[in-house]
Design a protein around this ligand. Structure first.
Ligand code: FES
Ligand SMILES: [Fe+2]
Length: 396
């Protein structure tokens, strides 16, 4: 379906605004059009707290990584004081990128163009060639800060300096995750995938319960018969979550009802103070977490074009678990689950993207297992075209 010229006309999306079991999916152009993607960048990603991973990626003073976040080059670096900061990757002299890739810059960040030097906390410490410049003060020429705040060890950035603080953005979500003790989670692995699909397809796939029976029929689906209760959903201002009650580990294949043993559950699940199960929040716009009884994982998503994104799958375990002598051996079961299920999802999402390119594709209808897609569709639409008069946000 080709994009119309009046993309922001709310009437085009009336059927997305209907109650979930009457609603249609977003029109195909929302997944394929460059114009729509540019609107998302401007109105959604530039106005949101965006998840950029676990701080365990840069554990030591001076450790850094760089990335282009929806077209904005940034540096994330741990200072000598241990604080993680984010800066525009753009020299204050004439704009060159001061760092590439990832590494350690404890001894300073030297711009490759003319050699200005910055400390790991962003201060300009050396400005060669500027000795005769008038009214030039190094103190006014540090790297430009981008807001970075943390929840547990999870890093979020926002490009607006006056943005709502992260705790307000997250609302009551951290309280709901407390039983999973996220502050004790250690990042043990990051797997990176370059995908030919729209970022929204990946979030939808995470929230869609009906594809398990087909895409994961020989893997994850085998566990589904062993749940101990119905899925429960809950809403927050900027998130939507699902809780699946079950016994055993849902982070390994065969862990629920299959007799495969993983690591011991976090304390509250063994002493019975917390109801056993897995919690799956989606923090809009893109962030998906799986908090399991014995471990956790997350998806970082980096959209770069309507049909291109980078996916990072992070695996986390508890501090005590990582210290076990048999950690590597047992962790393999968890990684195996990811290494099978994630490519299954990748293939499904790339295949959907390929189908949506057709000028004959049309918005689709959704059934009960896909109800929460409608929540996501309406959240994204609210940000891109403005809230609906027809329904209040999150009225799923
Ligand atoms: S652009 Fe960085 S030192 Fe000139
Ligand atoms: Fe899946």
């Amino acid at each position: 379906m080709l994009a119309p010229h009046d993309l922001l006309n709310p009437r085009l999306y009336d059927k997305v605004r209907r109650p979930p079991l009457e609603a249609e999916t977003l029109p195909p152009w929302c997944y394929t059009s460059k114009e729509w993607f540019d609107l998302e960048v401007e109105r959604l990603f530039r106005k949101s707290w965006n998840f950029i991973g676990h701080e365990g990626r840069i554990p030591n003073p001076g450790d850094y990584f760089t990335m282009d976040f929806t077209g904005i080059p940034i540096i994330v670096v741990r200072g000598r004081d241990g604080v993680v900061r984010c800066f525009a990757n753009s020299c204050r002299h004439r704009g060159a990128q001061v760092l590439q890739g990832e590494g350690n810059c404890k001894s300073g960040i030297k711009c490759p163009y003319h050699g200005w030097v910055y400390s790991a906390d962003g201060r300009l410490t050396g400005a060669i060639g500027m000795e005769a410049a008038r009214n030039f003060d190094k103190a006014d020429n540090g790297l430009i800060s981008v807001r970075l705040e943390m929840w547990a060890h999870f890093m979020f950035i926002h490009f607006e300096q006056d943005a709502t603080p992260l705790p307000e953005w997250l609302g009551d979500l951290p309280a709901k995750v407390t039983p999973y003790e996220p502050e004790k989670l250690v990042l043990t692995r990051r797997q990176v995938y370059e995908l030919k699909c729209n970022w929204k397809l990946y979030v939808e796939n995470f929230k869609d319960l009906s594809h398990t029976k087909t895409v994961h029929k020989d893997t994850l689906y085998q566990m589904e018969q062993n749940y101990t209760g119905p899925l429960e959903r809950s809403d927050g201002a900027n998130y939507h979550a699902a809780f699946t009650p079950h016994e055993g580990s849902r982070a390994i294949i065969g862990g629920v009802g299959g007799g495969v043993q993983g690591f011991p559950p976090v304390k509250g699940f063994t002493d019975g103070t917390i109801r056993s199960g897995s919690f799956y929040p989606t923090i809009f716009p893109t962030t998906c977490f799986g908090f399991c009884i014995d471990s956790a994982w997350f998806l970082e998503m980096y959209p770069s074009a309507p049909d291109r994104m980078q996916l990072v799958v992070g695996s986390m375990f508890y501090e005590d678990t990582v210290k076990r002598p048999d950690f590597d051996e047992i962790a393999r079961l968890y990684y195996k689950r990811m290494d099978i299920a994630v490519p299954e999802d990748n293939g499904a999402n790339e295949n959907t993207q390929a189908g949506l390119r057709s000028p004959h594709s049309r918005p689709g209808r959704m059934g009960e297992p896909e109800l929460s897609l409608n929540t996501a569709h309406n959240y994204w639409l609210d940000k891109v075209i403005g809230p609906s008069a027809q329904r209040r946000p999150h009225a799923a």
